[in-house]
Design a protein around this ligand. Structure first.
Ligand code: NAD
Ligand code: GLY
Length: 395
């Protein structure tokens, strides 16, 4: 990527820019002056891990802005996305005497982005918001589109608002410090865009992967200049989906490909044994198998996905013992084993929590081919079970 990429995101309440370029962080002060004029203070929300790596960088650009600023630091992790922390943020914002025209910067991954945006959307009924995503998940997905959220009593995203940011700044250089596990999380979303919308994302990703020489494959991919163009493509697709269906009533559901299976797998295996991205990665293969078994797609669809998984070394088969570990973790079950049939049946049962399901209709996103998504309602339960079992390994 040799020049600044600009996406003009359009929504019913606000049009805003998504700026993408390596090294963009250094230009934050000028960009803020140009785009979010009239602010007097800056309130930056981040987490402790990000602050420990980027403290100097953050302080440097905040100092350069020449305005009073304050940094609110969350501990790291999903459980920090809670309403108690929102209250702490409100109290701190009041103490700092933040006004509607001032700026909140969400500087971090999706956890920071979701909670900071929730606080920004409700404090004084809405304060200016800059999303500065630092994980791959946040750069290609969560920072764009205005979904804000906190978890309530372990129910994910139980409370939230739709509140579009005023600006998004994406600096892919921040991906250089991401642990591999977090890269896989984001890579699953990148593959999802390729599966649902095509746009040559999977072939482009292959080109980057095959030129890998040494060190960590995933780290080398996210630091490759050609990968920044893939991020740009994903952001354009997300902005397009949000423009078509801001409130997620139809078209935007397509972004959930693989997530119906993936969320159910996360639930069945206990949230800490399987990370979200890996669960979505298995979920996309299960959705591909279901598409093939329902005669919606040809057999080649699955291979298109597994080829890229193999290249990126993303596991294709979920070990059965992950389900067993999950049941044995709780209660006094001894060392209980379950079969693939039971694991798959439990996963189908857990799908009932999917937000796209209603009492009468279970909505799935399946594929005719890459780039040819289709909504399928109430597919046969036995087919779902077979599709899940196909992707579980072990006895
Ligand atoms: P995260 O925010 O927890 O970040 C993952 C880890 O990476 C954290 O430990 C963080 O401290 C660390 N980290 C962040 N940036 C780093 C960097 N540059 N270098 C090193 N470490 C870094 O997780 P995530 O995957 O970014 O986001 C997941 C959250 O996003 C979930 O809560 C999910 O519900 C939400 N989400 C929201 C949307 C949306 O549309 N709003 C979409 C997808 C996901
Ligand atoms: N991450 C899915 C959405 O924003 O709709």
């Amino acid at each position: 990527m040799d020049k600044l990429r600009v996406i003009n995101a359009k929504t019913s309440n606000r049009d805003y820019k998504i700026l993408i370029n390596p090294g963009l962080c250094a230009q934050v002060p000028e960009i803020l002056e140009d785009t979010l004029r009239g602010f007097e203070k800056i309130y930056l929300i981040t987490d402790i891990t990000i602050l420990s790596i980027y403290k100097d960088t953050i302080n440097e650009f905040l100092e350069k802005c020449g305005k009073p600023y304050r940094i609110f630091t969350l501990k790291q992790g999903e459980e920090q996305k809670n309403i108690d922390n929102v209250k702490k943020i409100y109290e701190d914002m009041l103490d700092f005497n933040l006004h509607r025209n001032d700026i909140v910067i969400a500087f971090g991954g999706g956890v920071v982005g979701d909670i900071a945006a929730f606080a920004a959307s409700t404090f004084h009924r809405g304060i200016k918001l800059l999303q500065f995503p630092t994980t791959l998940v946040a750069q290609v997905d969560s920072s764009i589109g205005g979904k804000t959220a906190v978890n309530i009593n372990n129910v994910k995203n139980a409370a939230g608002t739709f509140y579009q940011p005023h600006l998004i700044i994406i600096d892919p250089l921040f991906l250089n410090t991401l642990p591999e596990r977090e890269i896989i999380n984001g890579m699953a979303e990148v593959i999802k865009y390729g599966a649902v919308f095509n746009k040559n994302i999977l072939p482009d990703l292959k080109k980057v992967a095959v030129s890998f020489k040494s060190g960590s494959l995933l780290k080398s991919i996210v630091s490759d200049i050609r990968f920044y163009e893939i991020i740009y493509k994903c952001c354009r697709l997300k902005a397009m989906a949000v423009k078509k269906d801001e409130y997620d009533t139809g078209f935007r559901n397509l972004l959930n490909f693989g997530h119906t299976f993936g969320h159910a797998l996360e639930k069945e295996t206990g949230l800490d044994l399987l990370n979200h991205g890996q669960a979505v990665a298995y979920g996309m293969l299960m959705a591909a198998d279901a598409s093939i078994m329902l005669n919606i797609a040809k057999a080649g669809l699955k291979k298109k996905l597994t080829d890229i998984y193999m290249l990126l070394k993303i596991p294709e088969k979920l070990p059965l013992n992950v389900f067993c570990q999950s049941i044995n973790k709780t209660g006094n079950n001894g060392n209980k084993q379950i079969s693939r049939d039971l694991a798959a049946a439990g996963t189908v049962q857990s799908m009932s929590f999917d937000k796209k399901f209603s009492s009468k209709s279970n909505k799935f996103i399946l594929l005719r081919d890459t780039g040819r998504p289709v909504f399928v309602y109430n597919p046969d339960r036995d087919i779902l079970i077979e599709a899940i079992k196909n992707n579980i390994t072990g006895e």
